[in-house]
Ligand binder design. Structure first.
Ligand code: CUA
Length: 311
């Protein structure tokens, strides 16, 4: 019995489609998605993976099939048939990739736009921090905003990120916290202002599917809303020197309570009492204040000291 070739083609097509659809969702190549934006990026990645799997199976399958089916038999010295050009076939295999590329372009642009790529600075009540460490104002011109769906009306948590050889420093202007790790509360929009002090670095959190260059002299902004608790690696993704590989930190996404606790324990001491302070910067004290503890030890009163100083 001979099965008609169009039936075989149909079955092969259905099988390839099913395998591609399954693999596109089950490739397991991505780390966990810790934000809504990450899910968006995964959507387009899975879509591309589906198409790529189908193309791979189709092209490689045809190749392997032809290698076996049309192999040279023993004692076969004849030439192959002289085939030259096939206009309908060429139109067909040009049109299909064109359509695929157009769909991908529209889809990726849609995701980029949803992530705020066209409007990186979030305009809300709190203006974005645009003052760099050296006090100069810089234009925030690069980066990615945050999903409109998710951010709502909550004011974003502002964090200044400084990349340097070979560390990341995170400054929280609202609380004055300076940290080597990035702590953020879950479900609250976070806006990073990323700068570099020496050379190019890149701030990369794979679980957020976000990567942004840290450029000396030019601030970039990056906004996200983490929606999954956990600790995720922050990696420098730009070869920046001998210890580039060691330029790592951690992003902690915590619940409200844990974050508030971290904020409380890491806040710089606001009113440092002189008695309790271990180290005092003498430059900030007057002569009298600086000398009084020693003077008392020697039995000299503050008044005498003031008189001596007067003459
Ligand atoms: Cu900083 Cu690589």
């Amino acid at each position: 019995m001979k099965i008609p070739s169009n039936i075989i083609t149909l079955i092969v097509g259905v099988v390839i489609t099913l395998i591609s659809l399954w693999y596109g969702q089950n490739h397991g190549l991505m780390p966990v998605a810790a934000s809504y934006d990450a899910t968006q990026v995964d959507g387009i990645f899975n879509f591309m993976m589906t198409i790529a799997t189908g193309l791979f199976l189709l092209v490689e399958g045809t190749l392997v099939f032809c290698l076996i089916k049309f192999r040279r038999r023993p004692n076969d010295q004849t030439d192959g048939p002289p085939i030259e050009g096939n206009v309908p076939l060429e139109i067909f295999w040009t049109a299909i990739p064109t359509v695929i590329v157009f769909i991908l372009a529209l889809y990726s642009f849609e995701v980029y736009n949803t992530m705020g790529g066209l409007d990186p600075v979030i305009s809300r009540d709190t203006p974005p921090q645009q003052i760099a460490m050296d006090g100069t104002h810089k234009q925030v011109a690069l980066g990615i905003g945050t999903s409109v769906e998710e951010s709502g009306d909550i004011a974003p948590l502002m964090v200044e990120v400084q990349g340097m050889q070979y560390a990341w420093i995170f400054t929280y202007p609202e609380t004055g916290i300076i940290s080597g790790e990035l702590h953020v509360p879950k479900n609250r929009p976070v806006q990073l202002t990323i700068a570099a002090t020496d050379v190019l670095h890149a701030f990369w959190v794979p679980q957020l599917r976000l990567k942004q260059d840290a450029i000396p002299g030019r601030d970039a902004t990056l906004a996200f809303t983490a929606n999954r608790e956990g600790d995720y690696p922050i990696i420098c993704a730009e070869l920046c020197g001998a210890y580039h590989g060691g330029m790592k930190s951690v992003l902690y996404v915590e619940d409200e309570e844990t974050y508030a606790q971290w904020e409380e324990t890491n806040k710089p001491v606001q009113e440092a009492s002189l008695d309790e302070t271990v180290a005092v910067n003498p430059k900030k004290l007057s002569d009298g204040e600086f000398l009084s503890p020693y003077a008392q030890e020697m039995g000299i009163h503050k008044e005498i000291l003031a008189q001596v100083h007067h003459h």
